[in-house]
Design a protein around this ligand. Sequence first.
Ligand SMILES: C[S@@+](CC[C@H](N)C(=O)[O-])C[C@H]1O[C@@H](n2cnc3c(N)ncnc32)[C@H](O)[C@@H]1O
Length: 138
Amino acid sequence: MTHGVGRKWQGKLAYIDLFSGPGRSIVRGSQEVVDGSPVLALNYEFARYIFVDIPEVLSCLKKRLAGHPKFSQIVFIEGDCNEVIEEVRFASPADHLMLAFIDPTGLQIRFRTIQRLVQNRSVDLLMTSSSEWVSGEI
Ligand SMILES: C[S@@+](CC[C@H](N)C(=O)[O-])C[C@H]1O[C@@H](n2cnc3c(N)ncnc32)[C@H](O)[C@@H]1O
């Protein structure tokens, strides 16, 4: 994305990770340790990075990223993303193009939260999902 956008957004890109995780994961099966989405995102040129997770997890991420050259560009927001969505909006520059990554472990995010996230903003959404979350017909 950071290579593909036009001049309009040059220098005005922000990354939002609503379920950021601790910055490192272990792949089930192989036990391989891999960087998590917030760490990977920092390899790309965004002006601001907004990471949201519950306090215990976010404090791990904060420790992991202490000393990172882009630390001053990161906003850490603790809590249930549904409850802190107004803080997320406040931290998201309205004149930026945002990439919002939504990577829950289940059906935690409310549709209203997504509506609010994108309201009057330019946001590209990338969301993971699993058929295991839904039992029966929907
Ligand atoms: C699948 S993991 C995210 C993995 C991460 N994207 C990565 O690539 O390493 C889901 C994360 O969502 C967090 N989480 C669960 N419910 C949440 C909620 N309501 N609001 C914010 N974070 C939540 C969990 O603590 C967990 O760290």
